[in-house]
Ligand binder design. Structure first.
Ligand SMILES: Cc1ncc(COP(=O)(O)OP(=O)(O)O)c(N)n1
Ligand SMILES: Cc1ncsc1CCOP(=O)(O)O
Ligand SMILES: [Mg+2]
Length: 218
């Protein structure tokens, strides 16, 4: 396993941002609430921003996350990770992406890899130097409706075969989160159920994050 000092943080609620739910005006304050509620790790994921917006938003998040000593992961972009001195990247299934990221970011970086429903992909990610493997989507997802589906049993199989922390993603909420943990997930990655606009006040994000984090105490 990659020996990063942040390894002990690779457990708990993994909060992922979404530009539609969190426009730039509310982005940092919302993420701060997620952290105050207990989120263990943050991912900046933004598929629509311009280059200038990406850098500005990632820089603001990096500063916030540094204040709370909470790791910040940048989705898809090794270059932005380096530029804002974030803690790592999350990468999809591009050829040798994890290997390239490890070479460029060094041994202390947190590098996550999407493995859908596949132990083979997880084994490959491990070989290439990933810090964690992500499986899903396990349930219907508002945020990525056509992500390939996965079965919760993959988490138990991964527990036996892959010596890396396991992230579960896709439609996870406060009702199904416990079952995901019972199947062996170390982290649950959430967008909609944490940041969607059922939040009457911004403090609601902290309350929801705390409720997710409580699932890990059982
Ligand atoms: C923690 C986590 N798991 C999975 C994903 C999905 O990554 P990817 O397959 O590259 O898809 P996009 O997020 O880029 O649409 C993730 N971002 N984070
Ligand atoms: C990025 C991603 N990859 C698989 S599902 C998903 C979206 C997760 O968001 P939500 O928690 O809203 O389902
Ligand atoms: Mg991606």
């Amino acid at each position: 396993m990659i020996n990063t000092p942040l390894n002990q943080k690779l457990r708990g609620l993994y909060a992922i941002t979404d530009p539609e739910l969190l426009p730039e005006e509310t982005l940092v304050a919302s993420v701060e609430q997620a952290i105050l509620g207990g989120a263990s790790i943050i991912q900046y994921r933004d598929k629509h921003a311009t280059e200038v917006e990406l850098i500005r938003r990632a820089e603001s998040l990096a500063s916030c996350c540094k204040t709370y000593q909470t790791p910040l992961i940048i989705n898809d972009r090794i270059d932005i990770c380096k530029r804002v001195n974030a803690d790592g990247v999350h990468l999809g299934q591009e050829d040798n992406a994890v290997k390239a990221a490890r070479e460029q970011l060094g041994s202390a970086a947190i590098i996550g890899a999407t493995c859908h429903n596949s132990i083979d992909l997880a084994e490959q990610a491990l070989t290439e130097g990933a810090s964690y493997v992500a499986f899903g989507r396990f349930f219907n997802s508002h945020s990525k409706q056509h992500a390939p589906p996965a079965d919760l049993s993959i988490l138990k199989e991964a527990e036996l075969r892959i010596r890396l922390p396991k992230v579960a993603i896709g439609g996870i909420n406060l009702d199904n989160g416990q079952s995901v943990l019972e199947h062996g997930a170390d982290m649950i990655a959430v967008i909609h159920a944490l940041f969607a606009s059922g939040n009457v006040s911004i403090n609601d994000i902290a309350k929801k994050a705390a409720a997710f984090q409580t699932l890990f105490n059982h």
